[in-house]
Design a protein around this ligand. Structure first.
Ligand code: PHE
Length: 444
């Protein structure tokens, strides 16, 4: 059977940017910036994105296109069976991320439904907190919405790479940008917004510390979907004439832009209404609805916000599901449709204890963490960094020549950054990630 391909360059960039832009940028980035010192965090994040992030995304796409296979098959084809373990880590990580990602995606659907129904207690912050806590700790409601989210994800992936993924992201991503712009304009024009803009954009360098650097590097990896084979999978459907460095830069630019816009949406509004920017994970589900509750036209803006968050989550979840689906389809010859259904159901089932861990199963702990936190922790601190180190060492030391050919399309493009790429892959990225992991383990 002929391998599927993206229909156009625009389609590929939208798909890859869709994978990158997700809950990570709109939900996590603003609250990280809020707790990690605002402008300085943003500056460090952008520097990492433009260097290590850009190089690694090029490497992943190049590995995918060179091998035209799922991550396990790709590492095996290019580097032998020992290296295929790196792909296995990626497939497992895809399972893990999607199982908790889909639970949060489910909350987004729940909040969208409640926003339309007008049942979010926006007028009273204490009630909002209780409402969010009530949703996530309930038994059936979050599991139901987690199921709905998985069904949507599976539906798109089953329809295929060009017919499902590409067709949907070509509509959804531009829509996301429009909705986001509407919200940002509203937020930065609120009276009192300036303080938030300043907090977010003007770096206070005294805020730079080990914890912040760790958070910025982890966030750069997660928000570019690196270290677990998503970009290898998407790259494997790319045609041989596509300009990988150019497309990669677009994806990095768009992901960083949405992070910045996400910050400009959330933080000025939070400051304008005198709320706490360091509220943490509850910022988008508790603090923002409180802001909408006080805003003229807040009902409409709230619907726009949760619709946008859902789109961001979906265009990422399809890239997560696409990895194991490609793996089972290619390595075991299972038809794509069945592969998507079986894997989707499995991920749904792993998501159930993730969801219950925030409520009735909260007391079951391993290493002091409930199941949800454990999954997030394992991914952030172990599987993504290890996947990232192995991928960069592979690109820099094992298949560097091949990388050069892919990035320059066999010499027909002039790729000026090969020396920088080589340095980053061989030394800078692995060392940076090892340092981050060790300093995290030693708790400094
Ligand atoms: N990049 C996505 C986000 O920021 C998350 C993601 C990670 C998606 C890894 C795919 C692979 O939300």
């Amino acid at each position: 059977m002929k391998r599927e391909q993206w229909g156009s360059r625009f389609g590929f960039i939208m798909a890859a940017a869709g994978s990158a832009v997700g809950l990570g940028n709109i939900w996590k980035f603003p609250y990280l910036a809020g707790t990690q010192g605002g402008g300085a965090f943003l500056a460090v994040y952008l520097i990492i994105m433009a260097t290590i992030g850009a190089a690694l995304i090029m490497a992943e796409i190049a590995i995918g296109r060179a091998a035209k296979k799922n991550p396990v098959g790709a590492f095996r084809a290019l580097g032998g069976s020992l290296w295929s373990t790196t792909g296995v880590i990626g497939v497992v990580t895809g399972f893990m991320i999607l199982s908790f990602y889909s639970v949060v995606g489910g909350w987004t659907i729940a909040y969208l439904v409640k926003s339309v129904a007008g049942t979010i207690e926006s007028a009273q912050p204490e009630l909002l907190e209780a409402q969010f806590g009530g949703l996530v700790s309930a038994v059936w409601e979050p599991i139901f919405y987690h199921g709905v989210f998985m069904v949507l994800t599976m539906g798109i992936v089953i329809a295929g790479v060009a017919q499902g993924i590409e067709r949907s992201v070509k509509v959804l991503m531009p829509l996301l940008f429009i909705l986001l712009m509407v919200l940002v304009v509203r937020s930065v024009t609120l009276p009192g917004a300036w303080e938030g803009i300043e907090f977010f954009l003007v770096p206070d360098w005294s805020q730079v510390n080990g914890e912040m650097l760790r958070a910025a590097l982890g966030q750069a990896f997660f928000s570019l979907s690196l270290g677990m084979g998503a970009m290898i999978t998407y790259g494997s459907y790319l045609d041989k004439d596509a300009d990988i460095p150019n497309a990669s830069c677009w994806v990095v630019f768009l992901a960083a832009l949405v992070g910045v816009l996400g910050g400009l949406l959330v933080l000025p509004a939070v400051f304008a209404f005198g709320m706490d920017p360091g509220a943490g994970p509850g910022l988008t589900f508790i603090t923002l609805p409180a802001v909408f509750g006080e805003m003229i036209g807040g009902y409409v803006f709230q619907i726009i916000f949760f619709a946008m968050l859902l789109i961001a989550a979906l265009t990422s979840s399809i890239s997560l599901l696409a990895i194991p689906v490609a793996y089972f389809a290619e390595e075991y010859g299972i038809e794509r449709k069945w592969s998507a259904i079986v894997v989707g159901i499995l991920i749904f089932l792993i998501g159930v204890p993730c969801s219950l861990a925030l409520g009735v199963w909260g007391e079951y702990k391993l290493f002091g963490m409930n199941f949800f936190d454990l999954m997030v922790y394992a991914v952030d601190n172990y599987t993504l960094p290890i996947g990232g180190i192995l991928t960069s060492l592979f690109a820099g030391w094992v298949v560097l020549e091949k990388m050069g050919k892919e990035l320059s399309n066999d010499g027909s493009l002039n790729f000026k950054w090969m020396a920088a790429f080589t340095w980053i892959m061989r030394i800078v990225a692995p060392l940076a990630v090892v340092w981050v992991m060790l300093s995290g383990l030693l708790g400094s």
